[in-house]
Design a binder for this molecule. Structure first.
Ligand SMILES: NC(=O)CC[C@H](N)C(=O)O
Length: 197
């Protein structure tokens, strides 16, 4: 089908495979993206969870940071989960030295806000724009959003903290829907890509 969107998963580090599977089950053509030439060929991009400091360093090292910023600025739909959310923030409250972001959402994030690895948890999260009840959110050393600017829309909260935000074509969640069998968040993102394709 020619109108099937091609969606890349940034494959520098992190849980790439799970996103490829979730996107495929939401009717997109999914492929890993490591190089600028590969980025140029996709209609949208997922930035997975992992370690945002490592991902930031690798993006610079692989010559991906500027091409990523340019495509996001130009309106390519992007979805970041967990570390990916951190990469899409305009500002990190507690960055490691030298940690850069791609940007795209006018928000300030706090890394590891929900605690350490052994404090990881799952919770039902109601997400605006997703029908059929709450999604099961998996939070692994997850960030939360401290504050958002006027252009960003808060679409989910948990425990009084912002855990999902959308700004135009950019979507970010603190949690990992790719680790559950429920692919409604990916389906929402695939629809966002289809809308601009
Ligand atoms: N599961 C995750 O993506 C963890 C994110 C990690 N705490 C970071 O700062 O990048």
């Amino acid at each position: 089908m020619s109108d099937t969107p091609v969606i890349g998963v940034l494959a520098l580090q992190g849980d790439v495979r799970e996103h490829l599977i979730a996107l495929a089950s939401a009717d997109a053509l999914a492929r890993p993206v490591r190089r600028p030439e590969e980025l140029a060929e996709v209609d949208g991009l997922v930035i997975p969870g992992g370690e945002s400091t490592t991902m930031s360093k690798l993006a610079v090292l692989f010559g991906m940071m500027e091409p990523l910023r340019e495509r996001v600025r130009a309106g390519m739909p992007v979805y970041g989960t967990c570390a990916g959310m951190i990469l899409l923030a305009e500002k990190i409250l507690d960055p490691r030295s030298g940690q850069e972001t791609v940007g795209g959402i006018d928000m300030i994030v706090r890394r590891n806000a929900f605690g350490r690895q052994n404090e990881s948890f799952e919770a039902a999260v109601e997400v605006a724009g997703i029908d059929g009840g709450p999604v099961e959110g998996v939070f692994i050393r997850a960030p939360w959003v401290e504050s958002v600017g006027a252009g960003a829309e808060v679409i989910a909260e948990h425990g009084g903290h912002i855990v999902a935000v959308r700004q135009r074509n950019v979507l970010a969640t603190s949690f990992h829907p790719e680790l559950t069998g429920d692919h409604r968040v990916h389906a929402l993102f695939v629809d966002m890509v289809r809308a601009v394709k």
